[in-house]
Each structure stands twice: as structure tokens, then as C-alpha cells.
Design a protein. Structure first.
Lengths: 503, 537
């Protein structure tokens, strides 16, 4: 019987060591998921954990009586605290992110301390029957073996198949099972066995129940964490439209490319519209090419003199979504439902080729020139077509990719606009979601930036505006060729420059 | 930071993936479509006879038989000189010949010629036409004129599929040996030398005729390559491709003079494009045919087959069969400009034994042109991006051009892929039989199978396959033909009869057809005593 007990204790060392390492890995992985910077997170979580284990080992000397009973209690405590650690941290991060770091290190410390108590206690229990050198040798062997097992299982099986929350619950359950096993093995030496057994069974039930519902509950939390909540997803004949929400941040993705984040889109759309439109007090008729989200239209409608806005966006699914979904309508301030706005679902280029209308202000918000088909929409031929739709004093603005990440591409667009006889006025603004972003104003006469913004703006100020037209050294003008249909230099520049950024 | 980056490429991929690509392709029915081509049934009545005798005689100062580029160019020049008293008789419902276009649910596309190289300074008439159409801007005689960029073939112009990968351009750059590269470089150098000598010209009559150059005609292109110690299979494929593409004739049959002419004759430049850029439009060269026909449409009689031509001494008597009217019409023309293919001469002309003898030395290449209306472009595939001209290495076909290539669009929707195939693998008569024997479905299947090598999803995107069978698409400049004497009787002027067809040059290209048409018109004007400014010098 004694021998069997010894063996059983060593097996529990293996399990206990596995669980100990598992909690440590789970906490570190979770911290790096939600906080990023995995090197820092792993380093600080593991450091805290090991230090706490030291504290636990030191504290173990204060446990004098009923070693087995204490061991069982510690196991139960680890089982419950460790088992729920990942779930607690997840929900904490989703609903109360402020004290998350504090909570993280607190939990890690408590767990580390409890785990630090385990091994010394087991060694002391075994010491009663074994020589010291045997105890040290055997306990530490199983301790390290347990660590090895989990370090391999964790990335290969546990995270991909169970996820962090259920992995933690599973290890919690293992701790509780070790406790129950110890209770059964040492039932003869246990004075308070009934009470402890009751606690153990309660803990096991709690963990099992949590494990059962963890799938749904945590995948809910996980979606919030990893990809934000998907509030709308649809595939139109033209693209995949996905809107996500994370707290107050709404994001639009088209074919997996971020189009805007509601946290800073005002910077983009104010920069796109106001430097041009604020200088055109006589602007009555406005054209928007692309931009079915209605956010540029929202900015345009701030000007009372504007009489008609024509928005040409290919995809009816986009304009339908942004004129019906309450959260998106709130974002574009119901721009697409304004009686001044006419929504045309057509290919902007077909529409432009067929239309004979002229506009006082044209917003051109096409995708970046990442392929030959879209490269044509930044060609001299396109700007010649644009010329036919611009009134004598009119202005157009072209979103022109990033002058920082794609410097030569940006200046190629400027050169191309100039090549057809326009005055091109380049400027830039910082949009945190995208980085430093570029725009070009297109007109027939020299441009003068506005002295005031007659409308309500959050980002632009008249004083700041001249600085948008200044290009720092790393974005300053570089030699670039004119982008023609029959050379498509822009696509070649763009490919080279973004490949360099992405690596 | 990756705002909208790659949206286009992902959009294209996403668009393609939405199509029902997972249906088992081997059970799909052949897509529907039309069978088109030259009106061979009517034409073949020339052999069987059985044509009604004329019930009306009309006198016309100038009759032009054939409304292809040669005939239209003759009419264009007569009209420009202020001479309007002529009639163009065309067998087909529409003029344009090999430069006709076709309407499909996805817009216009070519059924024949689909590009015009930038004209050199010697191609005076071509430049005059382009200036008239507003495509050549500024001085039409400038060395490097400015062209309307909507007609300059957009980048990327060509790509080639080999070993599972698309490569830029037609010359294989990946997967060829160092020796292949050296041979290719040497070949290009030889062609550059010929260009420097200005040995080969467009129009071809302006080519230098030194004995060493004329001797090239007596050698096949393959033998000439081998004589230069150029034996690289990749180079032979490349040159063979060019010969099949331009002349419908394989490297072993085509005259080295004609083969080298293709590579060494181009001297056109532009102020806003590279010299090797071509002019093109969604419906190929149909815009050029329309430009030529613009002022003379009222003088075209379509659905008219000339079945008998007699030199009546004072005039030419030409009998025209009008199948739609179930009758024939006799035209007595002071001048006849024959602008139909020359293989018809022996069947139509009475007398004129010397001409008939010469005409029998011509052979004509059968072609197949398939127009695939696609709901979206097939997935571009690995390597170089979708180009205007997309060629498959080691394919019996010549690849396809994309009708929407010149368009500026946010979304790349439906398009037409025009697939070409010259039946150059066997003798023309046998190939013609094969061409006409097979059904539209059989040809459509064959074309789809060829394209499937590079585009697994071609069936899933194809909505319609229109097949045009062109039994006598062009004359073949085979060994010994170009300078062997067969063409000469048709190139000379005579009191009442002139020939105006690319066949007279032996090279079936727009510039030659137009040159022959304008030349015939100017000779006619001279005999009529009409003053004009020449479009040829």
C-alpha cells in the first residue's frame, strides 16, 4: 500500500507539474494575444510566475500539520483558480479592459504561489518513507517530465483544438482529479475527509459545467478579441463586404481590406473633402466616384450651398447597407438618404464616359493602383476624361495612396495629373488606421488653401492646413514618370514599393 | 496601413471564385453560339454554276468588286479625290473583310485582324487615314507622331504560358537554356541589321531588291534559321508562332523573305509610346474599316457575288448575282477594280489566261476564329498578369486577345476572348476540308480544351462560343512565292482593269491591302483625268 501511494504521488507530481506549466503558458499566450508584443508578455508573465513559485516554496515551511489535507486543498484551489484563469482574463479584457494588466499579474502571482507550494509539500509527504536523495531525484524527474509533456501538447493539440479557455478548464479539472485521488489514497489518514471530498466534487462539477458551455461563451469572447464582432457580412457580385464592431469602433472591410475605422475615418474624409471644397463657396454640383459608404458625402453635405451630390458606386449592396443599417447611417449621418444626394449604381468609368454633366467638385476615391485594371484609373487618359466633367473653376481631389510607403507612386500620380495640363496640388494627412496618406487636388488654376473652414470639423484647422501641403524630407517629391495606359508605370512603382513595405 | 491594398487583385479572384467552378466540367454542355464565316455556300455556287442570268444592265464608271480593306481603300481614295461615281459590290452583308467585327452580349470583338502596328514614314496612306480618324495627332508625316492613347495597346501587351506559368512577352524568358538565350539575342541582332539596312518595307514594294535579299524568298524560314546555325527549339517556336500568326503558314513552308519581313519591316515610332506598341480597339481593326467606309457607305451594294467578268473592249462586263433578290445584275464598268481574293480569278474571269495561270499559283490559308463571350475573365493564373494578347506555348492555337483590354473600368465584367487558329499543320485544301467538316460544337470543344490548359475555369466562365470559319483567310507567302512572279501580273496597271487586294502583295496585312486599294484608285483617277493629291508619296 505504501509503495502504491508513493507511485500515485509521483504520478500526481507529473500532473501537477503539467498543470503548473500550462497555466503559465496560457496566461502568457493570452496576454500576447490581447496585448500584443509576445516577447514582452511571455517574459514578464513567466518571470512573475517563477518568482511567485519561489514565494510559494518559501511559504511552504509554514504549513506544519495535516500535509495531505493541505495538499488536497491547494490542489482544489489551483484547479479552480487556474481552470477559470483564461476565461476570467478573457471576459475581463472584453468588458473591463482597464485593470486587465493588474488582474493578469495578480492571477499569475496567485497561481504561481500555489503551484510553488505543491512540490515542497509532496516532497515532505514522500520524505516520511524515502531517503532524501530518492525524493529529490524522483520528484524533480516527474516535475520536469510533466513540463515537457505540456510544452509539446500546448501548441500542437491544446491551443488549436481546445482553445485557451477550455485548455485551462481541462487542466483545472486535472488538478481536482489529483485532489480526489489523493483523498481516496490517503482516506485512512484523513480526519476531515468528508468535508474535503465535498469541496473537491463541487470544484469538479463547476469546472465540468464551465467546460461544457465554454465553447459558445468563449468563442463569443474570442471573436470579440481576434476579429472584433462581425455585425454584417455579405458577398455581392462585386466584393465581400464585412462590417465589424469592437466597442465603439466600426470597421468596413472590402475583400479583407480595411476601408475605414470609425475611430479615425473623420481624419481621412475631412482631409479628402474640405481642403478642396472649403475654397469653393460657389460649389453647387458635386460628384463622388467610389465611396459608397457615404462618409465623403457626409462631409460634403455640411456645405449649405451644395445643391446636388451624385454618388457613383458600382455596388448596390454597399449603398443599400450604408443607407439602411442604423449604426452605419448614424456614422454617415444619413447622408445617402438626403434629398440632395443621387445614388447611381454603375461603374464609375462607364458613367463618366457616358455622362455629359460638369461638376464644381469631384471626389475620386478609387482603390489603390495595385493591378493593371485599376492602374488605368490613374492614367493620363482618365484625367483627360475627368477634364470634361470639371467646370471652369472646379476642383477634383484624388486619393493617391501613401506618399510615405509608396512615395514614387504618389508623385507619379501628381506628375500624371500635371501632364494633361492640370494644376496638381498634393497634400497629406495622418490617418492612424492607414498611416500617412496622400491626396492631390486637381484644377485649372493655382490653388490657395482656405483661410477658414465654414463647417464643423474635428481634425482640420485653418492654421494646420498649410502644413498638410508641406512634404517632409522622407515624402518629398521624387522623379516619376507619367502613368499612361500603354506603360502603366504606376502599377510597377506601387508593386515595388508596397512589396518593400510588407516584405 | 494596408488600406485598399490589393483590393483589385482580390476582387478579381473573389469574382472568379463566385462562379460555379466546382461543377464537373466534363458533363457541361457545349456553350451556345453562332457559326459564322465567309458566305462559303454562296461562293461555292461559282463551282456548280446554277446562277440566274442577269435581267438588268447598269453602267457604272468605276466598279469595285470586294468590300474588304482593299476595296474600301479604293473607294476611300476615289471619294477623297471628289470622284463619287463608283459602286462597291460586296458578297457579305457587311464590308470590312478580314477586319470585320462582331457584336456579342459582352460588346464588340474582332472576327479577324485585331491590330495595326505603328506605321513608319513610308506608310503614307496609313498615316493619312489615322490622322483623318483623329488617332494620329499633329503632323502625319512626323517621324514620331503623337497617338490617341485609347488606341495604343494598353500595358501589358503580351504574355505567354509555358510550363504552368505566364511570362511577360512572347519570347520564353523562364526555363530556357543559356544557348537558347544566345540564339535569341543573335536572331534579334540579325533582324536589327536588316532593319538598319531598311531592307524590308511596308508597303512591301518599297523593300530593297538586291539579289541577296530576293534569294531569301527561295528558302523556307526554317532552312534560313538553320543556315544561320539557329536551331534552338524555343527560338523555332517563337519564329514559327510569328509566321503562323501573321501568315497562317508554318515555319517550314513560309518564305524566309516573308518571315524576316515580319520581324524587320517595322519602323513606326510614336512620341508617346514604344515602337513595338500596336494600335488596337475592342473590335480589332473594324474601326479602321469603318473609318474607310465612313463617306462611301451609300455606294456599297452588299450581298452581291461577281460570278463572271469579261473584258468587252470598251468596258468591263461584270455579272453580279444577288441571292436575296433571286436575280442577277449586269454591270458595264469603264473601270473595274478587283478587290476580292485572287483565288476567285480563275473561276470568274473569262479569257485573261495569263492572269488565271498566275492566280492558280496562289494558295490560301484556312483560319478559325472563335469568340468566347465570358461572364468574367478567367482567373489570371500564376505569373504575369492578364495581357491583351495571351499566347500558349506549343499550342495549335495562336492564343487569344481580350476585347475589353482597352477599357477603363473599376470592375472587370464580361468580355470577349478572341481565339485564333491557323490550320497550318496540313496542306490548305485538306485543312479546309477539316475546317468545314467539323460542327460548331466540335470546334468550340476543341478551343475550350486548348484554353483549359492554361485556364482551368474557362468552361465555367464561358457563356457563348461564336465560331468563324475562314476557308481562304489569306494568301500564303510560301517559299518562292513572294518574288516568284505569280503576283506581278496583278500589280501592273492596264486600261480597264486593276487589282486591289493584299493578295497582290502576298502579305495579308492591313497596310498592304490599303496600299493596293489606294494605288488602284489613283491609277483609275489618272486614267479618268481627275486631279488628286497622291496618298502614297
Amino acid at each position: 500500500m505504501r509503495f502504491l501511494m508513493q507511485q500515485a504521488l509521483l504520478v500526481s507530481v507529473f500532473v501537477v507539474a503539467s498543470c503548473g506549466l500550462a497555466y503559465e503558458l496560457i496566461a502568457a499566450a493570452l496576454a500576447s494575444y490581447v496585448l500584443g508584443d509576445s516577447v514582452t508578455q511571455f517574459s514578464t508573465v513567466i518571470g512573475t510566475y517563477l518568482f511567485a513559485m519561489g514565494v510559494g516554496s518559501w511559504l511552504s515551511k509554514y504549513i506544519a500539520r495535516d500535509l495531505i489535507g493541505r495538499f488536497v486543498q491547494i490542489e482544489l484551489l489551483i484547479g479552480v483558480v487556474g481552470g477559470f484563469s483564461a476565461a476570467a482574463l478573457f471576459f475581463m479584457f472584453v468588458w473591463a479592459p482597464e485593470p486587465f494588466k493588474l488582474m493578469l499579474y495578480f492571477l499569475v502571482f496567485i497561481l504561481g504561489m500555489l503551484v510553488g507550494l505543491e512540490i515542497p509539500l509532496i516532497m515532505r509527504i514522500l520524505k516520511r518513507d524515502l531517503a532524501f536523495k530518492e525524493v529529490v531525484s524522483q520528484v524533480l524527474t516527474f516535475d520536469y517530465l510533466g513540463a515537457l509533456a505540456v510544452s509539446i501538447l500546448f501548441p500542437v493539440l491544446l491551443v488549436p483544438h481546445l482553445g485557451l479557455v477550455r485548455s485551462a478548464l481541462m487542466f483545472g479539472l486535472l488538478n481536482v482529479l489529483v485532489a480526489l485521488w489523493a483523498l481516496w489514497l490517503f482516506r485512512a489518514q484523513m480526519p476531515t475527509i468528508r468535508w474535503l471530498r465535498g469541496q473537491a466534487i463541487a470544484a469538479a462539477v463547476l469546472l465540468l459545467g464551465a467546460f461544457a458551455v465554454a465553447g459558445e461563451a468563449t468563442s463569443f469572447a474570442e471573436t470579440q478579441l481576434y476579429a472584433d464582432e462581425v455585425v454584417h457580412a455579405e458577398s455581392s457580385p462585386y466584393q465581400r463586404i464585412v462590417v465589424t464592431r469592437w466597442k465603439d469602433d466600426l470597421r468596413l472591410h472590402l475583400n479583407n481590406n480595411l476601408q475605414f475605422s470609425s475611430r479615425d475615418e473623420y481624419r481621412y474624409h475631412e482631409s479628402l473633402v474640405h481642403p478642396g471644397l472649403a475654397t469653393l463657396p460657389g460649389a453647387r454640383r458635386i460628384l463622388v466616384l467610389g465611396g459608397g459608404d457615404g462618409l465623403a458625402v457626409r462631409e460634403i453635405l455640411k456645405y449649405p450651398q451644395v445643391e446636388a451630390v451624385t454618388l457613383v458606386d458600382l455596388d448596390p449592396a454597399m449603398t443599400r447597407l450604408f443607407s439602411s443599417a442604423p449604426a452605419l447611417r448614424a456614422l454617415n449621418e444619413n447622408a445617402l438618404s438626403s434629398p440632395k444626394v443621387t445614388v447611381v449604381n454603375a461603374d464609375a468609368l462607364v458613367w463618366l464616359e457616358e455622362s455629359r454633366e460638369r461638376f464644381d467638385f469631384v471626389v475620386i476615391d478609387f482603390p489603390d493602383p495595385s493591378n493593371f485594371a485599376i492602374g488605368k484609373l490613374y492614367s493620363a487618359a482618365f484625367y483627360r476624361l475627368l477634364e470634361k466633367h470639371l467646370t471652369e473653376t472646379g476642383l477634383a481631389v484624388v486619393q493617391s495612396t501613401s506618399p510615405l510607403y509608396a512615395r514614387q507612386s504618389f508623385w507619379s500620380i501628381v506628375t500624371t495629373i500635371e501632364s494633361v495640363g492640370f494644376v496638381a496640388t498634393p497634400y497629406h494627412a495622418l490617418v492612424p488606421s492607414f498611416g500617412e496618406w496622400g491626396f492631390v487636388l486637381v484644377g485649372r488654376r493655382p490653388y490657395r488653401s482656405p483661410d477658414t473652414y465654414p463647417v464643423d470639423v474635428r481634425f482640420l484647422t485653418p492654421a494646420l492646413t498649410p502644413s498638410l501641403f508641406e512634404f517632409p524630407k522622407d515624402m518629398a517629391r521624387v522623379e516619376a514618370e507619367v502613368n499612361q495606359l500603354n506603360n502603366q508605370v504606376l502599377v510597377r512603382y506601387f508593386e515595388r514599393e508596397w512589396r518593400h513595405v510588407i516584405r | 496601413m494596408d488600406r485598399r491594398h490589393f483590393l483589385g487583385s482580390l476582387g478579381a479572384a473573389a469574382g472568379a471564385s463566385l462562379l460555379p467552378a466546382c461543377t464537373p466540367t466534363d458533363r457541361l454542355p457545349t456553350p451556345p453560339g453562332r457559326l459564322l464565316g465567309s458566305s462559303s455556300e454562296i461562293g461555292h455556287r461559282l463551282r456548280t454554276g446554277n446562277i440566274p442570268t442577269p435581267n438588268e444592265t447598269r453602267r457604272v464608271p468605276v466598279l469595285i468588286v470586294g468590300g474588304g480593306i482593299g476595296g474600301l481603300s479604293a473607294g476611300w481614295k476615289l471619294n477623297k479625290a471628289g470622284f463619287r461615281d463608283f459602286l462597291i459590290a460586296e458578297l457579305e452583308p457587311e464590308t470590312g473583310g478580314n477586319s470585320r467585327g462582331l457584336q456579342t452580349p459582352a460588346g464588340p470583338c474582332p472576327i479577324g485582324a485585331h491590330y495595326l502596328p505603328l506605321p513608319g514614314t513610308q506608310a503614307v496612306a496609313v498615316r493619312e487615314l489615322l490622322a483623318e480618324l483623329g488617332v494620329l495627332q499633329g503632323d502625319p508625316r512626323a517621324l514620331r507622331p503623337h497617338y490617341d492613347e485609347r488606341y495604343l495597346c494598353a500595358t501589358p501587351q503580351e504574355r505567354m504560358y509555358r510550363n504552368g506559368l505566364w511570362q511577360e512577352g512572347l519570347w520564353p524568358q523562364i526555363g530556357v537554356s543559356e544557348d537558347d538565350r544566345r540564339q535569341y539575342a543573335r536572331f534579334q541582332q540579325l533582324m536589327a541589321t536588316y532593319r538598319q539596312r531598311q531592307a524590308f518595307a511596308v508597303p512591301m514594294v518599297l523593300s530593297r531588291r538586291t539579289p541577296d535579299l530576293l534569294a531569301l524568298d527561295r528558302l523556307s524560314m526554317r532552312d534560313w534559321l538553320l543556315a544561320q546555325q539557329l536551331d534552338s527549339p524555343a527560338l523555332h517556336w517563337y519564329v514559327d508562332y510569328a509566321c503562323r500568326d501573321d501568315y497562317g503558314t508554318a515555319i517550314g513552308d513560309v518564305s524566309a523573305w516573308a518571315g524576316i519581313h515580319y520581324f524587320a519591316c517595322r519602323s513606326g515610332e510614336a512620341s508617346n509610346a514604344e515602337g513595338d506598341t500596336v494600335l488596337t480597339a475592342p473590335d480589332g481593326n473594324a474601326w479602321l474599316a469603318r473609318g474607310l467606309a465612313a463617306g462611301i457607305g451609300d455606294r456599297v451594294m452588299s450581298g452581291a457575288l461577281a460570278y463572271r467578268v469579261v473584258d468587252a473592249g470598251r468596258h468591263m462586263t461584270v455579272d453580279l448575282w444577288l441571292p436575296a433578290e433571286r436575280r442577277s445584275l449586269r454591270i458595264e464598268a469603264a473601270h473595274l477594280i478587283w478587290a476580292a481574293p485572287l483565288f476567285l480569278v480563275p473561276r470568274v474571269f473569262v479569257g485573261h489566261e495569263k492572269l488565271k495561270l498566275a492566280a492558280r499559283k496562289f494558295s490560301h490559308a484556312p483560319w478559325l476564329v472563335a469568340n468566347l463571350t465570358v461572364s468574367a475573365l478567367p482567373a489570371a493564373g500564376a505569373g504575369a498578369a492578364m495581357a491583351w494578347d495571351n499566347v500558349l506555348y506549343d499550342s495549335p492555337g495562336l492564343g487569344y486577345v481580350v476585347s475589353t483590354h482597352q477599357q477603363m473600368r473599376l470592375h472587370q465584367g464580361a468580355a470577349v476572348l478572341t481565339y485564333y487558329r491557323a490550320l497550318s499543320g496540313q496542306a490548305p485544301a485538306a485543312a479546309r476540308e477539316v475546317l468545314l467538316q467539323r460542327s460548331r460544337e466540335e470546334w468550340a470543344e476543341e478551343v475550350l480544351a486548348d484554353l483549359a490548359k492554361a485556364h482551368a475555369d474557362i468552361r465555367a466562365v464561358t457563356l457563348q462560343v461564336d465560331i468563324a470559319l475562314l476557308g481562304h483567310a489569306m494568301s500564303r507567302p510560301v517559299t518562292g512565292f513572294v518574288w516568284g512572279g505569280a503576283r506581278e501580273p496583278f500589280a501592273v496597271d492596264s486600261p480597264r482593269l486593276r487589282f486591289a487586294h493584299a493578295d497582290v502583295s502576298g502579305l495579308s496585312i492591313f497596310e498592304e491591302a490599303q496600299y493596293r486599294g489606294v494605288l488602284a484608285a489613283e491609277r483609275t483617277l489618272r486614267r479618268l483625268g481627275v486631279r488628286f493629291t497622291s496618298s502614297l508619296v
